[in-house]
Design a protein around this ligand. Structure first.
Ligand code: BLA
Length: 515
């Protein structure tokens, strides 16, 4: 029987997942000094795969298990730069029967990291796979909308890899929760489309790592990790950084997570927008699964193509939405008189409608006039402070005012009872601003787990609560308005430009009269 207690989620956030000191045991790893070829660290399963015990390899020459030409090629390939992972087929191992391996190499902390994976026996299979990737890329390119692009990506990725579930998972904010926005799933697996998952499912250090390294494969959640020997380098005392290693062992929390949802193997590929993590293509297998370096790098390439196409489609939608913005802003500006601040309020319905807002705030020299949702004195103070940090014509927008104020060190309680969304534009520097406001729009969400209790503590320690549609938990997200679109932000800038022009013209006319 579960004894419910608070679990310290900060343990997840602090776990150094790039320094876990082990690799997945279907392959093995050596790290050697580049100049001398002396082995500094080896995984404790080298005896099985390379024919020599790890502790015998450490301190000796890497040439004991790898031919000199292969070692030289590995050194040359990895000279591209720290981090780049390249692979080559080799025959390696001591003793009478060396074996074929796919060797992946990269440099880290002055060492050459060598990862050996038992080689692909069938070259025809890898040729077919290459054809498959080309076809998948072609289909991706012809997707005409963001939704179609996501649907194509999951379908093609599943066909290529044979995973039972492939989901496009999109984050709401860099460290926020996320939603399954597209899915391709085998018969008999519960559908996850539209489900939200708690932010804690993927802690921040994992998200940062996934921005750097775009793919990870977990071949078998029940694998006994091969530990690195020695665990700490004799010279530096540090643990080998496995951020770029394809065989990197993963967090025990995450392995339990996968077991909890009945998954035996997994792969995820980063989806990036402007260098930041937009989301992941997450894949689950019912059985252990090995994907060699060639297949991994093809999946990574596919992920990159998906990221780029998605960005291009979003940019195109954004550009389309900006058509006509200038004209609409101009027709409203024509209504306004030279008494700009008064006439903005006289025509408040038209001005408000420009940005699809529920209210307006017009402020100048401490005089604040409002329509729509209430803006109290404290909120007006916060808005004034924010506007003072902007150059004239610069916009600031949020669809979650309290949260944004709090994150910026402001007074979140100032937002209570007022608008949830604000689109603010500075007019005269430090003197005046115009803001559009929106009311809260509560958003119902279906969660795959209780976001307030992702982990429970029972008699045998903490356990991740199961995920999935069997555990659906409903919530309503509060404190948000409809998000502001690029079109609306652009409209605000256009209006500012027109107002500035009007004021300048008027000033010129006045000075002409006075001459
Ligand atoms: C990692 N969590 C991950 C990863 C995914 C998820 C995709 C990347 C690793 C992989 O490819 O398997 C979560 N998987 C999901 C989600 C979906 C999915 C949301 O398919 C939805 C479609 N996880 C927890 C808690 C902790 C935690 C409470 O739920 C901490 C106690 C940790 N998750 C955790 C860690 C990693 C992780 C540490 C990093 C694993 C690693 O790369 O080493």
């Amino acid at each position: 029987q579960a004894v419910d207690a608070a679990f310290d989620l900060s343990a997840c956030v602090r776990e150094p997942i790039h320094l876990l000191g082990g690799v997945q045991s279907y392959g093995t790893l050596l790290a050697a000094e580049v100049a001398s070829g002396t082995v500094v660290t080896a995984a404790d399963n080298t005896a099985r795969l390379l024919g020599v015990e790890a502790r015998e390899l450490v301190g000796g020459p890497v040439l004991r298990v790898l031919g000199a030409p292969d070692w030289e090629e590995a050194v040359a390939l990895s000279a591209e730069g720290e981090g780049a992972v390249l692979s080559l087929p080799v025959t390696a191992g001591a003793g009478p029967s060396p074996r074929a391996f796919d060797l992946s190499v990269h440099r880290r902390d002055g060492l050459l990291v060598l990862e050996f994976e038992p080689g692909e026996a069938d070259p025809a299979a890898s040729r077919d796979f290459y054809q498959g990737v080309r076809r998948a890329l072609g289909r991706l390119r012809s997707a005409a909308s963001v939704a179609e692009c996501c649907a194509t990506a999951v379908r093609e990725m599943r066909a290529l890899t044979g995973f039972e579930r492939v989901a496009a998972y999109r984050f709401d904010g860099a460290d926020g929760p996320g939603e399954v926005v597209a899915e391709s799933v085998a018969d008999g697996w519960e559908p996850w489309l539209g489900l939200w998952f708690p932010a804690t499912d993927i802690p921040p250090q994992a998200r940062r790592l996934y921005e750097e390294n775009w793919i990870r494969v977990i071949g078998d959640v029940d694998d006994a990790t091969a530990r690195l020997v020695p665990e700490r380098r004799a010279d530096t005392g540090g643990v080998l950084d496995l951020s770029r290693a394809g065989l990197r062992t993963v967090s025990g929390f995450h392995l339990e997570y996968l077991r909890n949802i009945g998954v035996r193997s997994s792969m995820s590929v980063s989806v990036l927008r402007d260098g930041r993590l937009w989301g992941l293509i997450a894949c689950h297998g019912a059985d252990p699964k090995r994907l060699g370096p060639e297949v991994r790098s093809a999946c990574e390439l596919f992920g990159t193509a998906f990221s780029l196409h998605l960005t291009a489609l979003e940019e195109r939608d954004r550009a389309d939405s900006l058509v006509g913005v200038g004209g609409r802003a101009a027709s409203v500006a024509r209504l306004l008189g030279t008494d700009v601040y008064d006439s903005l309020l006289r025509h408040e319905a038209e001005v408000r409608e420009l940005a699809g807002a529920d209210g307006l705030v017009v402020a100048r020299d401490g005089q604040v006039r409002t329509t729509g949702p209430a803006v109290g004195a404290r909120l007006a103070g916060e808005l004034k402070r924010l506007a003072a940090g902007l150059a004239p014509g610069q916009v600031w927008a949020t669809d979650r005012l309290a949260e944004t104020l709090e994150a910026g060190g402001g007074d979140a309680s100032a937002a209570e009872g007022g608008p949830s969304g604000v689109l603010l534009i500075a007019l005269e520097r430090g003197r005046s601003y115009l803001a559009w406001t929106r009311v809260e729009r509560p958003e119902p969400r279906r969660w795959a787990a209780d976001p307030d209790r992702p982990v429970r503590v029972g008699p045998r320690g903490e356990r991740l609560t199961p995920r999935g549609s069997g555990a659906v938990f409903r919530s309503v997200t509060r404190g948000r308005s409809l998000p502001w679109q690029a079109r609306e932000e652009h409209t605000a800038v256009e209006l500012w430009r027109l107002l500035t022009g009007m004021v300048l013209r008027h000033a010129n006319e006045l000075s002409a009269l006075n001459e």
